[in-house]
Design a binder for this molecule. Structure first.
Ligand SMILES: N[C@@H](CCC(=O)N[C@@H](CS)C(=O)NCC(=O)O)C(=O)O
Length: 215
């Protein structure tokens, strides 16, 4: 059975677990916390980052590398679009979610309000949070509003890019931030659609249970 290392509250771990669930792959989740630098974990994840995957003799780190591998190896339920053009766009959305949206929603909001408190890293920098919400996020949300579909997912069936776009907003929602429905109706509805997908909803249920324990 494949092993997914990492705690589910990391958006990158959430992404890999959601893809495993969407693909209906049995997996074991090994609860490794961020910044674990034991020799055993470094053997699986050379930078000591979560997530990491083990599948037989293969060890691979980085959520995008892992999700691409899972789709190559277990293609029955596809989690990438088919055409080269759509794949290029899907890679862009995945990268954009994993970098820009993660920088804003996760580092700029969730880390400040949740991770700092829960892991004894000091008080939230509310000035940074306000600047993120009021100045830095709106242009990105305007962009998303212009490119997201009014119905369904980015490329038909739910795919990795959908998870990468919505994941950072899920993290921010745990600490009280959600986009404004009137200003960004398409984005808001899209986030809810991805969250309501059966496999994603299961992941969020498990996350909610862990959050309660850590709070
Ligand atoms: N690009 C990587 C990023 C992974 C990452 O930054 N993980 C964080 C947790 S959210 C981590 O393990 N941080 C600990 C560290 O950097 O030592 C991916 O997509 O998997």
């Amino acid at each position: 059975m494949i092993k997914i290392h990492g705690v589910i509250l990391s958006p990158f771990v959430r992404k890999v677990i959601a893809i495993a669930k969407i693909k209906k792959l049995p997996y074991e989740n090994v609860a490794v916390f961020p910044a674990t630098k034991t020799p055993e974990f470094l053997a699986v994840s050379p930078l000591g980052k979560i997530p990491a995957l083990e599948d037989g003799s293969l060890s691979v780190s980085d959520s995008s590398a892992i999700c691409e591998y899972l789709d190559d190896k277990y293609p029955e339920i596809a989690t990438r679009p088919v055409s080269s053009e759509d794949r290029a766009k899907a890679r862009w959305f995945e990268e954009y979610g994993d970098t820009k949206l993660t920088e804003l929603c996760v580092a700029g909001i969730y880390f400040e309000r949740f991770v700092k408190k829960s892991f004894g890293k000091g008080d939230a920098d509310e000035e940074k949070v306000a600047n993120t919400i009021e100045k830095l996020l709106p242009p990105q949300q305007d962009y998303l509003e212009s490119v997201l579909p009014a119905e369904g997912f980015l490329f038909g069936g739910i795919c990795t890019a959908d998870i990468s776009i919505v994941g950072p907003f899920i993290s921010a929602s745990y600490v009280g931030y959600t986009p404004d429905k009137d200003q960004h109706p398409k984005l808001t509805a899209y986030i809810e659609r991805v969250k309501s997908h059966e496999a994603v909803a299961e992941v969020l249920k498990a996350e909610g249970d862990l959050l309660k324990k850590l709070a």
